[in-house]
Design a protein around this ligand. Structure first.
Ligand SMILES: *Cc1c(COP(=O)(O)O)cnc(C)c1O
Length: 410
């Protein structure tokens, strides 16, 4: 059994961990680890009881694992404060949790549509599995599954309160933390039992790999998950592992910056909507006041935070759950579907494409993927461009919308 992480790094900051936590597994003097493309490895060690190799043989066949995947898992285990197993995609990681725990009753909160589809596949395979919502009681529920922040609005859920309710009912709490990786959130601190990530998003961060992660609180539970991953071929390839490790090195600077830019953009668009600046940071011009008329709502955890400061109705302490930022996905709703699509097509720096978490800002019309999504909603994933340029991009798209709407009325 491979040691999953080196506790020497546990006390260091996440910025340091994401650069060094896998270094104890270094086998060459390369600063950047080599890519291993091999699928099989020499039987180099001891023979045990007539088998070709003993327990000291670390690598045998790449369906089981590879050196680069082990390094990625070491880094991920350290930064997520758990024990990580890497999969071929986020949805594969979600399936792996279901295979491991075989729930008969699942309470599923607002989720990425793909998550709901995986649960449907699981129901098709295992007759009698019941799926309920998360707002009622959890009686008989085995797994409570929430996303925080959730896709597509970037709003957060009170993980601590779901953990209490799940545990009182004898259920495990799974948190899909894709939209707020470390250092933005640490769901185990609020009582989550299992954390999943689509590593395709912020952990990968460059829209060039597909991978997923399941993180648990014990090294033991990774053993059965690894065995199932091997049997079913659910793992990630070496190139994906290599790209992911490369990306983790810059994780903290990327997500903190993306998160900061997002909070500013959200405040700007919300100030357009309100026709006055909520935080006196920006006085809207007359043109901007008319821009805001088309925006029906802006949603993001930073607005939940502002609300929680002014009213106890807004619930829990969002800042405590997100000490370093609220995430870089938000949603804007317009008065109509055609306005939403007009803006998506007229944003120039924001590419009109699905997915999120990369260095380039993206805007997506979720209704095109998910018939249950609001057709007036655009999901925005903020990249690493400057705030000023992104803000100007919104201004010009909203001005173009205003021009066509006013023109149409004349
Ligand atoms: C994208 C996404 C997934 C699925 O991940 P893939 O890597 O695309 O399979 C799961 N959960 C959330 C919240 C996501 O955004």
């Amino acid at each position: 059994m491979v040691e999953i992480k080196n506790p020497v790094y546990d006390s260091m900051s996440v910025a340091t961990q994401s650069i060094h936590a896998d270094s104890y597994l270094r086998v060459t003097s390369d600063i950047t680890p080599p890519i291993n493309v091999t699928t099989n490895f020499d039987y180099a060690r001891t023979e045990v009881d007539g088998f070709n190799y003993g327990p000291d043989q670390r690598y045998v066949y790449s369906r089981d694992t590879t050196p680069i995947v082990t390094k990625v898992e070491a880094a991920l285990s350290t930064i997520t404060e758990g024990y990580a197993v890497l999969y071929g995609s986020g949805l594969t990681a979600i399936l792996a949790v279901l295979i491991e725990h075989k729930p008969k009753k699942i309470a599923l909160g607002e989720s990425y549509f793909g998550t709901r589809k995986v649960v449907e596949q699981y129901q098709a395979l295992v007759p009698g599995v019941e799926v309920v919502g998360i707002e009622c009681g959890f009686e008989g529920v085995n797994l409570v599954w929430i996303e925080s922040p959730f896709n597509p609005t970037g709003e957060v859920k009170d993980i601590g309160s779901y953990a209490l309710r799940a545990h009182a009912a004898g259920a495990l709490l799974v948190v899909d933390s894709t939209l707020a990786p470390p250092p933005l959130s640490y769901p185990f601190r609020q009582g989550a039992d299992i954390v999943v990530h689509s590593a395709t998003k912020y952990l990968g961060g460059h829209c060039d790999l597909l991978a997923g992660v399941v993180v648990t609180k014990s090294a033991r539970s990774t053993e059965t998950m690894r065995a199932a991953r091997n049997t079913l071929g659910l793992g990630a390839g070496s190139l994906e592992g290599w790209l992911l490790l490369r990306s983790l090195r810059t994780l903290t600077v990327r997500v903190k910056q993306q998160s900061q830019t997002t909070a500013r953009l959200v405040a700007l668009l919300e100030s357009f909507r309100r026709g006055a600046c909520a935080s006196s940071c920006h006085q809207p011009t007359a043109a901007e006041l008319s821009l805001g008329l088309r925006i029906a709502s802006v949603q993001h955890a930073s607005l939940q935070f502002l609300c929680s400061k002014s009213s106890s109705k807004c619930g829990f302490d969002v800042l405590r759950q997100h000490p370093e930022g609220f995430g870089a996905v938000f949603a804007v709703r317009f008065a109509s579907k055609s306005q939403a699509l007009f803006v998506a097509r007229h944003l120039k720096l924001h590419r009109f494409a699905t997915s999120l978490g990369g260095v380039e800002s993206l805007v997506d019309w979720r209704h095109g993927w998910d018939a249950s999504a609001d057709p007036t909603l655009l999901r925005v994933s903020v990249g690493l461009e400057s705030y000023e340029d992104l803000a100007n991009d919104w201004r010009q798209a909203l001005l173009a919308l205003d021009a066509t709407e006013t023109g149409a009325k004349l």
